[in-house]
Design a protein around this ligand. Structure first.
Ligand code: BES
Ligand code: ZN
Ligand code: ZN
Length: 516
């Protein structure tokens, strides 16, 4: 798929209109009495029957397709519902454009003209253009690499490579008179970079454990950052041991796969400016280790590296957008397996800062590998630390797959996160973290236990454990993406049903923007 931005409208468009598709939108009435409004006035007139018979109601994501309708120079017409005008947002639009993509596919279209002019976006044009591009590009993601009819391997360079082959014929033209404004052009480019970065994160997540080991994760990352200003360093097992990363090393002991510690550095501002450090859990397969998980659903634990994948996507997007910030992404990566040398319940390991922990359940491994990464992050004297991890099943219970729960004790950072999520269109929810949670993580034989001594609040106690490895005074937030990291397609039109979502990439990039 190729997306174009044209400073044209219905009357002036001349490009490839033969067999082209015209897409416009409809709003539903604010209450039962008020009627549906199709934003293109001419079409509103021609579709009176559909309106009176309620074939078109304007409700969100309703897709009405009129084949051989011969409207203006176009053969087919598509009307997408946007819901109530008072509730219209860029996130509604992002999802509506997902419907445009689906309709284009069902019509086997080559040229689709999406008319944004009648929406009268005015000063909001940049954010809606960005949302439109994201909605289309995110929806075009299709993980086909492992089907025998092969697509090319996933790559950040071209979204085409992670979309299906037939998709390459499709051209979607966004019609907007203000398309030549610099702000609109920038928003278009940013939307594309961001969505392609999210699609790359999804690709890493969707790859199964045997084909996305820590070594492969590092290799794929090195490949993806080619052409950007990101500097990469990858530590192998020997180096990880030398660096005293006892958490990461301890978790890796049950696996034949070597662990990796991936360091990605982007310098977009003066060297003196403190970096934003992103940390992501890169557990390429979590069997639970000796405290093995039940077999039902265990295959989903290939997604336990989505935190890592998503901070990789984040820093790639930041670099491609050339944001004027310094950013670092750290990904501790390993498998959690029950091999003969595996960590046993009761074992004690030492993290990079010298704190010891007893492993009372080997399935609570994410916090152990993150402990070393957070200590390393603190050593970078950062502006702030943000981590993302599929950390606890308790988070899935608490918030499901709609909101990503985040923990921070820093009020300023909380406000910045809320603002960033508002701008990105992702849903976040602030979760509690207090000293009682910390108390629950005290160890009997070591400084800390990796299991809470209390009942419940498993996500908060996990966060309290992580907090022990962040230097005091550094603003820090932990995002538990266990519920939102994959299988959100029943909520979000631009996500696949079962696959990885790239959750928080958009919000994390938005957060970086506020530090420019
Ligand atoms: N990777 C899992 C958390 C997880 C579970 C994410 C389900 C997504 C869906 C993590 O390593 C884990 O197993 N956590 C345990 C911790 C417990 C043993 C304290 C959990 O949540 O059950
Ligand atoms: Zn686990
Ligand atoms: Zn895990």
């Amino acid at each position: 798929m190729i997306i174009n931005l044209l400073s044209q409208d219905l009357k002036t468009v001349t490009k490839n209109q033969k067999d082209g598709i015209y897409v416009t939108f409809s709003f539903s009435g604010e209450d039962k009495e008020k009627t549906t409004n199709i934003v293109n006035k001419e079409l509103h007139g021609r579709l009176e029957k559909s309106l009176s018979s309620k074939l078109i109601t304007g409700k969100t994501y309703e897709t009405a397709i009129y084949r051989e309708f011969n409207f203006s120079l176009f053969s087919h017409v598509v009307v997408i519902g946007l819901g109530k005008k008072s509730e219209f947002s860029h996130e509604v639009f992002r999802q509506a454009l997902s419907c445009v993509y689906d309709a284009s596919k069902s019509l086997k279209a080559e040229d689709v003209f999406v008319d944004l002019n009648d929406l009268h976006l005015k000063k909001h044009a940049p954010e809606f253009v960005k949302a439109a591009v994201e909605g289309l590009e995110l929806t075009s993601y299709d993980f086909t690499e492992l089907k025998s009819k092969k697509a090319k391997p996933g790559s950040i360079k071209s979204a085409k490579k992670v979309t299906s082959e037939e998709d390459q014929e499709l051209q979607i033209h966004l019609l907007l008179n203000e398309a030549k404004s610099n702000e609109v052009k920038l928003a278009f480019e940013e939307g594309l970079i961001l969505a392609q970065a999210v699609n790359f994160s999804k690709y890493l997540g969707d790859m199964p454990g045997n084909l996305m080991t820590p070594t492969i994760l590092a290799e794929k990352t090195l490949e993806a950052i080619k052409g950007t200003k990101i500097k990469a360093t990858v530590w192998d097992k020997a180096r990880i041991a030398k660096e005293k990363m006892g958490g990461l090393l301890g978790v890796s002991m049950g696996s034949t796969q070597e662990p990796r510690f991936i360091i990605l550095e982007y310098t977009g501002a003066a060297k003196s400016q403190k970096p934003i450090v992103y940390v992501g859990k890169g557990l390429t397969f979590d069997s639970g280790g000796i405290s093995i998980k039940p077999s039902a659903g265990m295959e989903e634990m290939k997604y336990d590296m989505c935190g890592g994948a998503n901070v990789i996507g984040t820093i790639i997007a930041i670099a491609k957008m050339k944001l004027k910030v310094n950013a670092i992404a750290l990904i501790p990566s390993t498998e959690n397996m029950p091999g003969p040398s595996a960590t046993k319940p009761g074992d004690v390991h030492t993290s990079r800062n010298g704190k010891t922990f007893e492993i009372n359940n080997t399935d609570a491994e994410g916090r152990l590998i993150l402990s070393d990464a957070l200590v390393y992050a603190s050593e970078q004297k950062p502006e702030l630390i943000i981590d993302a991890a599929t950390l606890t099943g308790a988070m899935v219970v608490a918030l499901g797959n709609i909101h990503t729960g985040y923990f921070t004790r820093n009020k300023n950072l909380k406000a910045q996160i809320e603002k960033a999520a508002e701008a990105s269109g992702e849903w976040v929810w602030n979760m509690p973290l207090c000293d009682y949670h910390v108390q629950d993580m005290k160890g009997t034989f070591a400084d800390l236990s990796n299991m809470s001594s209390g009942k419940g609040a498993g996500s908060a106690t996990a966060a309290a454990f992580l907090e022990q490895f962040v230097d005091e005074g550094i603003p820090w937030a932990h995002f538990d993406i266990a519920g939102t990291g994959w299988a959100a397609g029943n909520r979000l039109k631009y996500c696949t049903k079962k696959g990885a979502t790239g959750a928080m990439v958009r919000t994390f990039v938005e957060l970086a923007k506020s530090y420019q």
